[in-house]
Write a protein that binds this ligand. Structure first.
Ligand code: PMP
Length: 361
């Protein structure tokens, strides 16, 4: 039996054990070449094949149409907060942003450095425990794009619908729910996701962008931040994050072997159902998010008495249930249950939560 702990970290998050074992087996001598992936030139035939296969597998998994480019960039999702307006927001233009929590707010604050941002809607009115209905959004006619975050990793608030944006390109931060269920890529102008949750290790951000949105960067846009430069050089204008890209490719293969994103959706549905049902059935634990807006990936919860938080976390750690402490900005607990966290982990968590409630509640 594996000695590995159950890891509920929000990111960098748990990776599938099978993938780590494969990376370990290939570490010293990749496919008989006598060197590791970390030591290869990114221009070598071997590495280019690794990179191309990763892209193709991601294309297969999400059924990405051929008029979209897939870019493997650096700087994390946070760099996209600036890169998006630099490429898509012309001087004097307006971009619409929807604020549903800490990450979407960070993205809109960064965009304000580059031009006019219209706050189309904000979850502030409901303490960020729900997503404002689209009928209440104040959208700008002719906006350069409409930005939102499909899953707020800290608040545990997730869209289970895709906003309507008509001819305005829809831009989405999918950092914490990409690959967790099927999506229709053609609904979006641009999708971006920091890797360190469902994609792979940190050091990489994946950008899926419709071709007609490439090539409009501002004159002042740094070369390294121009999507056109990245696309023309197959994300190798400079040295990419080669090992992160390789490991992400192994994750894509793993997701495919498991049955793709449809199977991830089936598993993730069962996992979140188990945890929310347990929380809702208890007077000791609570989650404040409106049921239709509850995240399948990040589940924040509170104990009835926060003085017990420390004891709860210590007991969890003793049982090998790690990283359950909520984000420092909100407190409480948070269980992040990405693709690599199995139903067995959620079962172990629920068993512990029930025991703790019985003893201390
Ligand atoms: N967006 C979301 C939804 C996130 O969860 C995070 C990281 N937790 C970020 C953006 C920032 O990602 P990075 O650290 O890769 O810049």
């Amino acid at each position: 039996m594996s000695k590995r702990a159950y890891n509920f970290c929000a990111g960098p998050a748990a990776l599938p054990e099978a993938v780590l074992l494969r990376a370990q087996a290939e570490l010293l001598d990749w496919h008989g070449k006598g060197l590791s992936v970390m030591e290869m030139s990114h221009r070598s035939d071997e590495y280019v094949a690794i990179a191309e296969k990763a892209e193709q597998d991601l294309r297969d998994l999400l059924a990405i149409p051929s008029n979209y480019k897939v870019l493997f960039l650096q700087g994390g999702a946070s760099q996209q907060f600036a890169q998006i307006p630099l490429n898509l927001l012309p001087e004097g233009g307006v971009a619409d942003y929807v604020d549903t929590g800490i990450w979407s707010r960070k993205s809109l604050e960064e965009a304000r450095r580059f031009g006019n941002v219209n706050l189309a809607a904000s979850g502030k009115v409901c303490n960020y425990f729900d997503i404002p209905a689209q009928s209440e959004w104040q959208l700008t006619k002719g906006a350069a794009y409409l930005h939102y975050a499909s899953n707020e990793t800290i608040g545990g608030v997730q869209f289970d619908w895709v906003p309507e944006s008509a001819e305005v390109p829809l831009v989405v931060d999918m950092s914490s729910d990409i690959l967790s269920r099927p999506i229709d890529v053609s609904r979006y102008g641009l999708i971006y996701a920091g890797a360190q949750k469902n994609i792979g290790p940190s050091g990489l951000v994946v950008v899926i962008v419709r071709e007609d949105l490439i090539g409009h960067a501002r004159a002042a846009c740094p070369t390294m931040l121009d999507y056109k430069v990245a696309a023309e050089h197959a994300s190798m204008y400079n040295t990419p994050a080669t090992f992160s890209w390789y490991l992400s490719g192994l994750i894509f293969e793993w997701v495919k072997e498991q049955g793709g994103v449809a199977e991830m959706e089936r598993r993730n549905r069962a996992k979140q159902e188990l945890l929310y049902r347990f929380i809702d059935g208890s007077d000791f634990y609570s989650n404040p998010v409106a049921p239709a807006a509850r995240s399948w990936m990040n589940i924040p919860f509170r104990l009835a008495d926060e003085k017990l938080d420390k004891a709860f976390l210590a007991g969890a750690e003793e049982r090998g249930l790690l990283n359950l402490k909520g984000h420092r900005s909100v407190g409480g607990m948070r269980a992040s249950i990405y693709n690599a966290v199995g139903l067995d982990a959620v079962q172990a968590l629920v068993t512990y939560m029930a025991e703790f409630e019985k003893e201390r509640g």
